[in-house]
Design a protein around this ligand. Structure first.
Ligand code: 3PG
Length: 307
């Protein structure tokens, strides 16, 4: 029997697992569940005989891919697929996919939620500031960036965006001011919200010089990946610019230094929470399950990422 594994060290909401089960069992397949595992050996054992698998930020390394002897298709229920060894998948003839857009609203809501939290000093009773009238820069105008732009407009913020892969006209059509360079985005905006993927070009690209262009009271909001931040540069900036703050859904490796020195100028979620809503889990989970069934039954490769 065709087997589909859900391997999530950060489990989906139960309603999402049920919805995935309906799709998988409806196709006549068996669903296998590995949740909250703590050792990669558990993942390696679980993949041994599955035909398809759904993961989140779980690391599908070469070792995992090579242990999955029957695997035909792996779906990252989410946007970023930097956790999958695509080369290993391609070598083994395995199709890798993501589910773009399915969890974007949840991530965007968290970005704005964290901004309000910091602006109101963690709700500690002291006077904070408002978002209305501030400039926000969307760094990469994809699915999440668009949602952030929309919500920010509702807060009365002025929204700017930089994305070399999206036509300026398309950005402007959404009532967002498109800027020509990344430097312009950072020097114009009080808040910059990051929505770039982590790849060879973007890793450590958010550095001291770029962040230092932000105006007085600049705040970087990261719901993307910690790897895009040059942490050494970030720490130097925190030291040099007492007005600067950093909010992230992915705590940096140097988080202890923030805790020790920069109280009130940062906020990090204890665990990556952006996509952790029942709605996002259901949307991305069902999409992933359908993509697996459609690939196995019809060879449909929509959203394949290892072309
Ligand atoms: C994504 O790339 O879709 C988000 O970072 C969500 O990741 P998660 O599924 O691990 O919460």
């Amino acid at each position: 029997m065709t087997k589909v594994l859900i391997a999530t060290d950060k489990p989906f909401a139960p309603a999402a697992v049920n919805a995935i089960r309906e799709v998988v069992e409806g196709a006549g397949y068996e669903l296998v569940l590995l949740e909250s595992y703590t050792d990669k050996a558990e993942l390696i054992a679980a993949v041994a005989d599955v035909d398809g698998m759904i993961i989140r930020s779980d690391k599908a390394t070469r070792e995992v891919i090579e242990a999955a002897k029957n695997l035909k298709v792996i779906v990252r229920a989410g946007a970023g697929y930097d956790n999958i060894d695509l080369e290993a998948c391609t070598e083994k003839g395995i199709v890798a996919m993501n589910t773009p857009g399915q969890n974007s609203n949840a991530v965007a809501e968290l970005a704005l939620g964290m901004m309000v939290f910091l602006a109101r000093k963690g709700y500690n009773g002291k006077a904070g500031v408002e978002l209305r009238g501030k400039n926000i820069g969307i760094h990469a105008y994809g699915n999440v960036g668009k949602h952030v732009a929309n919500i920010a407009k509702g807060f009365g913020m002025t929204v700017y965006a930089f994305d070399p892969f999206v036509a300026k006209e398309a950005i402007e059509a959404d009532g967002v001011k498109a800027v020509d360079t990344v430097e312009e985005l950072y020097s114009t905006c009080h808040y910059v919200s990051l929505h770039i993927p982590a790849n060879d070009k973007t890793k450590k690209s958010i550095n001291y010089d770029l962040l230092n262009k932000m105006p007085e009271g600049g705040i970087l909001v990261n719901t993307a990946r910690k790897e895009v931040i040059d942490e050494e540069g970030m720490l130097k900036l925190m030291e040099d610019r007492k007005d600067f703050a950093y909010i992230s859904d992915i705590a940096p490796d140097c988080k202890d230094e923030f805790a020790a020195k920069y109280e009130g100028r940062f906020f990090f979620t204890p665990k990556k929470m952006g996509a952790q809503t029942a709605e996002a889990n259901i949307n991305a989970g069902i999409a992933g399950a359908n993509q697996i069934v459609n690939y196995i039954e019809k060879g449909d490769e929509t959203f394949r990422v290892n072309k």
